[in-house]
Design a protein around this ligand. Structure first.
Ligand SMILES: NC(=O)c1ccc[n+]([C@@H]2O[C@H](COP(=O)([O-])OP(=O)(O)OC[C@H]3O[C@@H](n4cnc5c(N)ncnc54)[C@H](O)[C@@H]3O)[C@@H](O)[C@H]2O)c1
Length: 391
């Protein structure tokens, strides 16, 4: 059966946008249940092929006015080029700058900083409506509080659902969640938890320790990288939300089990910007445990990834969960997929519980948790299972 595309708009055409846009070309035509590098070939009937980018916003003079298929390869983007012949796609429109661009990033050298275009900003709500976008992906720089709030309101006004990939707290903020509920829209957020990234690795180590009865005395996760995101976070005040969000992932595993977190026992955050690394992010983990008889156990791990592709591997799933959730009549924060794909969801879950919630949504089933914790539009709970999977 012909399937309607999931129409997506992107705000922030940086490295993450580059990776996902390239990925949509790279994976064109892949079939079968196992696609290398992809967690789920199909979610609720949707394949990667069903995702279509219909609008994009940025404020950098080198990107605004170019089709997204060209804008993603402009400086300061440095994500790996892994897809041949990406289509041009929609032209990148001038958004609202607000606090998206720091003085530090304006002053950085051409190939590492931002250069604000002097074009007038477009009517974002109108562009979203005219493009037919159903989902907006927020890829703004860390610290873009006002800019994020602006685009969130625009999404609400345009009737567009949101995947909030950054550590500005929206899906996990009751005030903002209520705005999405009032507009009968679903949202997944906040701050994506990459496919095989430092966050999920830290989570698994913390879970492993607890599941095997060990005490965790100390958990360190130091991250270094050379992409624009790491450079932007050289401004200490912008970095704080990211650190909080990264620590949330680890702290949550204590909270879920009611295990107190010892004082000064946790450090997780971006640590410095090393341009040579470009989009290669390296995380150093040191986890100190006490096992049977109080015996010390130490785990040292180094994780080296391509940061932006690692994020795209999760966002292609978040988009599909959100679309299915919307078709099921779910509104507000979608809890299972938020816990699975984001560092700072409204409710943190154990990995296996978040995964089970996601699988249920992919099967268009309602779990007890979903019925209890999620909001539904009108009488959607009763009719969700009967709703046609495809529009
Ligand atoms: N693995 C990952 O890469 C990962 C994981 C989790 C979260 N994130 C978050 O995702 C976000 C995007 O990451 P990235 O690596 O693509 O960042 P990036 O710096 O490469 O891209 C940000 C883009 O936003 C644009 N921008 C700035 N202000 C704007 C405004 N007001 N309106 C529209 N566009 C604006 C910039 O010009 C740039 O193109 C960051 O907040 C990052 O922390 C990334």
């Amino acid at each position: 059966m012909a399937r309607n595309a999931i129409k997506v708009a992107i705000v922030g055409v940086g490295n993450c946008a580059s990776a996902i846009y390239q990925g949509l070309t790279y994976y064109k035509g892949f079939t079968g249940d196992n696609i290398p590098g992809v967690m789920f070939a199909e979610i609720g009937g949707y394949k990667l092929d069903d995702i279509e980018v219909v609008a994009a916003f940025d404020v950098d003079a080198r990107k605004v006015g170019l089709p997204i298929g060209q804008a993603i390869f402009q400086e300061p983007n440095c994500a790996r080029v892994f897809a041949e012949n990406v289509p041009d796609g929609p032209v990148v429109q001038m958004g609202e700058v607000l606090d998206g661009v720091s003085e530090y990033m304006q002053a950085e050298r051409e190939d590492r900083g931002f250069r604000v275009a002097d074009s007038p900003s477009v009517d974002v709500v109108k562009v979203l409506k005219d493009s037919g976008a159903q989902i907006l992906i927020n890829y703004l720089p860390v610290g873009s509080q006002k800019a994020t709030e602006f685009y969130m309101q625009a999404a609400i006004d345009a009737g567009v659902a949101v995947v909030n990939c950054i550590p500005v707290f929206i899906a996990s903020d009751p005030k903002w969640e209520q705005k999405f509920i009032d507009a009968k829209l679903p949202i997944i957020g906040d701050d994506m938890r990459s496919q095989v990234g430092a966050s999920v690795l830290s989570q698994m180590l913390q879970e492993l320790a607890f599941d095997r009865g060990a005490e965790v005395d100390f958990h360190q996760q130091i991250n270094i990288g050379g992409n624009t995101d790491f450079n932007n976070m050289m401004v200490q005040s912008r970095l704080e939300s990211k650190k909080k969000s990264k620590e949330n992932v680890i702290r949550a595993q204590n909270d879920i089990r009611d295990i107190p977190l010892p004082k000064d026992s946790l450090f997780a955050g971006p640590s410095t910007f090393i341009p040579y690394l470009e989009d290669n992010k390296v995380a150093y983990l040191n986890v100190r445990l006490r096992g049977f008889g109080d015996a010390p156990i130490t785990i040292d791990a180094k994780l080296s990834v391509q940061d932006s592709e690692n994020s795209a591997g999760v966002v292609v799933d978040a988009i599909r969960y959100l679309q299915v959730a919307r078709e099921m009549g779910m509104i507000g924060t979608i809890n299972g997929p938020s816990a699975f794909t984001q560092k700072s969801p409204k409710y943190q879950m154990k990995f296996k519980d978040a995964m089970a919630e996601c699988e249920a949504i992919a099967d268009r089933q309602l779990t007890d948790v979903t019925k209890r914790e999620n909001m539904f539009h009108g009488d959607a709970v009763e009719s969700a299972k009967e709703k046609p999977a495809l529009v």
